[in-house]
Design a protein around this ligand. Sequence first.
Ligand code: DC
Length: 238
Amino acid sequence: MNVQGGRGGASMVEAGANADTEDRGPGRNVITLDGPAASGKSSAARLVAGRLGIPFVSSGLLYRVAAYLVEEMHGDPNDEGVVVRILTERRVRLVPSVAGDRILVDGRDVTAALHTDAVDAVVSAVARHRRVREWVRNRLREIPGSFVIDGRDMGTAVFPDARHKFYLTASAEVRARRRVGERSADLASVADAIRRRDRLDAAQSVPAEDAVHVETGELTLEQVVDRVMEALSEVGAV
Ligand code: DC
């Protein structure tokens, strides 16, 4: 079993493209890395994808762009109808590539604006809505070829037949310490915000039964990536 199908260039996915829900067809390999907020899954997924030479997709970006647009339109994130209407009115594109995925809205690249405290504050409310989750799931299932994807429910709801699933864990304190390095805030308030998001995201954050668990608390990012690569190598995937 080989991880193949990487593409050097970027491919465009947007609403209405042909859906391909086959997670493990010939030449296709979807590797899922799920885990709670700030568990390091995006960084690990990006590096694993880089080592395999296939695109990395962050599913959280689609929830983040939904939250970003709701904020921009001064909409109510708790109103499912409002969120869904905004998503259908705007042209949202996910562009997976080996260099990392990008989000375009009506042709404008908004990726850099999606990791802010303002987006963090409302993204869980937006992600709770069933129709928003369906919208995200459909966008993700349209992505062709092989890729590494991170999220909460990639190995369960979105790609249940993926061949290789991982679930990254770490305590809220460890995750807060990592995040404080990324944004200017004090440790206690970051840990509180992470625990709050854990509670709000709990329903969609149940690990897949067949996921390999990696406790990352004592590990560096490189060591997490090595663990994932070792597990892939043990089953002959690389
Ligand atoms: O992984 P992230 O921090 O970028 O995710 C942002 C939010 O999106 C997170 O609070 C929960 C939600 N999310 C989700 O519900 N399901 C996913 N597969 C990915 C993210």
